[in-house]
Ligand binder design. Structure first.
Ligand SMILES: Cc1ncc(COP(=O)(O)O)c(C=O)c1O
Length: 402
């Protein structure tokens, strides 16, 4: 009989843990895992995780200390083994990068953008209990999941072929739902094409319909592109942050900032999001989704930010974009249909043959796949992939670039 997890059991952890495992066996299993990861990482160009920041300076803290930032990041709290001062430094920089209003914002470090979106929609529902969540067809699945958890109705707006919200269609959807306040989720870097839903265009549509700033809530899901767009804007950059009209924004730390473990930053322009029931035994307020929260993640985020500084982050974003432009030019050279948004690390390409897409772990949807030139992806990795694609000789069925 098939049991969930059989795949993993047949992999490196094929032993029962009912009895203690001998050290030799533990060592073998760890080294088997390391070999598999090292091998897979050589072809890691399909997903946006990065591991190029050297966090060795934190090794002692990460491996020997139990750290827990339980409660609100801004309360001193009763639990001494926390890293709140580092969390607050991370939030301060995020507030600057995402242009939060002076002196009036709240935020926390999360387990990832999915949790940030859940928090954003929860905070929106406190203001508008009867709201409808409006999102594009290319929004991440975490948006509908959060709406489902919060029992909020949703309305889907079609997206363009390049993955951006169709603003004309947005106007139609908002008009149809005039009886409810809209909580609009804008995606700042869609999962498949890294398209940006432009907040300036979204707010203009709302304004035209008479839905003013106090009658709407906008959450920016900036999982991938939030920090790169903040530090390395391009001419004509779309609006994406709190100054452009977002009420809250979330970004992931394990993507551009290379925190190794899934992490995120959530920021809201509403200081009241930092108000919650007081929990006396914690000497803190309950303002976050999780109770216990990682104290290790704020350290990793702080370390990635501190090592690079804003200039270093900008160089990182620019060189990743340059690598993506290179990958795109190489694909065109071999005649493989492909395209990319100018700001993007993502290069969209016609779906390669199945075995190749599987070997290089390239996600596909309909006829298209993508590769992502995150910091740490090298020219030789790009070249190796494109050479395998060239040798596969199986040109995609439908030629032509969008
Ligand atoms: C647009 C978008 N939003 C949200 C997420 C989820 O982020 P996380 O994995 O940090 O929860 C992703 C993940 O890839 C994403 O692409």
């Amino acid at each position: 009989m098939y049991m969930m997890g059989d795949f993993h059991r047949a992999d490196e952890s094929d032993r029962s843990l009912i009895m203690p495992v001998r050290q030799g066996v533990i060592d073998r299993q760890i080294s088997g895992l390391r070999s598999r990861l090292d091998d897979a990482w050589q072809r890691h160009i399909g997903f946006p995780g990065t591991a190029d920041v050297d966090h060795t300076a934190l090794a002692d803290l990460l491996t020997r200390y139990a750290l827990n930032n339980i409660g609100d990041p801004f309360s001193p709290g009763a639990v001494p083994n926390h890293t709140r001062a580092f969390e607050v430094q991370v939030l301060d920089l995020a507030a600057e990068l995402f242009r939060a209003p002076d002196g009036g914002w709240w935020g926390c470090v999360t387990s990832g953008s999915s949790e940030g979106t859940l928090l954003g929609l929860r905070n929106a529902r406190r203001i508008f209990p009867e709201a409808v969540v409006v999102h594009s067809a290319c929004a991440h699945y975490s948006v509908t999941k959060a709406a489902d958890l919060l029992a909020m109705p949703t309305a889907k707006v079609p997206a363009t072929r390049r993955g951006e919200m169709d603003y004309h269609a947005l106007s139609g959807v908002l008009s149809q739902h005039r009886h409810r306040r809209p909580v609009i989720v804008a995606t700042i870097g869609t999962t498949m094409t890294e398209a940006i839903d432009d907040l300036r265009r979204i707010t203009a549509v709302c304004d035209r319909l008479g839905i003013g700033a106090s009658d709407r809530y906008i959450h920016a899901d900036a999982a991938l592109s939030g920090i790169p767009l903040a530090v390395a804007p391009l001419p004509g950059n779309p609006g994406f942050d709190l100054a452009d009209g977002a009420d809250s924004i979330t970004t992931s730390g394990h993507k551009f900032l290379s925190t190794l473990m899934p992490s995120g930053i959530y920021l809201s322009r509403n200081p009241h999001d930092g108000h919650g029931p007081h929990v006396d035994y914690l000497a803190s307020h309950d303002t976050t989704i999780s109770g216990s929260r990682s104290g290790h993640l704020p350290l990793l985020l702080w370390h990635a930010l501190a090592r690079h500084g804003v200039d270093g982050l900008r160089r990182r974003a620019e060189s990743a974009r340059a690598r993506a432009a290179y990958a795109h030019s190489r694909l065109l050279e071999i005649g493989w249909p492909s395209w990319r948004h100018e700001h993007a690390f993502t290069v969209v390409l016609r779906r390669p043959p199945h075995e190749l897409a599987e070997r290089w772990a390239l996600p596909s949807s309909d006829d298209w796949s993508h590769l992502i030139c995150m910091p740490g992806v090298s020219t030789s990795q790009v070249d190796a992939f494109i050479e395998s694609l060239r040798l596969s000789r199986a040109m995609p069925a439908t030629a032509g670039v969008q």
